[in-house]
Design a protein around this ligand. Sequence first.
Ligand code: KG4
Ligand code: ZN
Length: 325
Amino acid sequence: MKILGIETSCDETAAAVVEDGTGIFSNQIASQVEIHARYGGIVPEVASRQHLLSIIPVIERAMTEAGVSWEDLSGIAVTVGPGLAGSLLVGVNVAKAIALSRGLPLIGVNHLEAHIYANWLGDGSIDFPVVCLIVSGGHSDLVLMKGHGDYVVLGRTRDDAAGEAFDKAARILGLGYPGGPAIEEASRQGTASIQLPRAWLKGSHDFSFSGVKTALLRLVEAGKVSSVADAAASFQAAVVEVLVTKTVVVARERRAKKVLLSGGVASNSVLREQLVKHSPFPVLVPPPILCTDNAAMIAACGYYRLQAGRTDGLDLDVVPSLKLA
Ligand code: KG4
Ligand code: ZN
């Protein structure tokens, strides 16, 4: 069963064809990162205009790469939220038009749920329960997944998301945008020798990353940072230590069969290595291209929703602040 996935929640226009929630036939991504880099962050109006320009060519490329025709598809899955309203609208309206004109089921997908489903793009054999850490530009969620579509959020960020913290730290250190890859790159030349605070929030599985970011800012303002590489490595180590420690605690508590890492920050190699090193349970992490925003994960998630009979009507609307559970 092949599903066309469409993703336009933020600054990537993406379309992909995936079979049975696991097999990638095509995965097209048009990134706007260079356009937004000029402004040091995402400009919502620019993002939605760019989605409008890119969406049809990207879908055409995904269909051509997959070598399928419309008759081969069993559904159209599209991100409805969370994300930027104007950006989400582009994908949702194109998806509705295709579903209506081709008589295909329309499946609205939660972007965060889809990040988790990036882990199914492979052999797809995952036994429940699993504990998932979703770390992206807008979210840091620790989730117990008991079955398909069955989530309990056990912890979430109280302020900055992990990716947002990376982006802000990079700006403080003059490393440019997007910050995550810039911090990772800079940290390769440094050591984590600067003491930065970790917010453990005892008794809670929530996260907080604004303190470590502010501590870094104070050090820079006081002229106490002599090596940007050491500062980047120290910041990365502080964020990774909290993410890994809390994830391992929750996985033990819930006797997870596996730990699933996902979201843009999951492409960070130090986070990947440290989680694998410290987790008593097997860790699954998608390849970096499936950690950052893509439409293959939307199609994979859409497949499981379709299997559960959870399709949508043409009154489907965007939900910019959609939560996981
Ligand atoms: O999942 P994603 O592509 O978009 C959202 O749904 O937000 O995540 C983007 C975030 C950005 O904050 C970016 O800085 C971060 O993921 N990121 C990284 C790395 N690559 C991307 N953070 C740390 N290390 C990386 N290598
Ligand atoms: Zn995302």
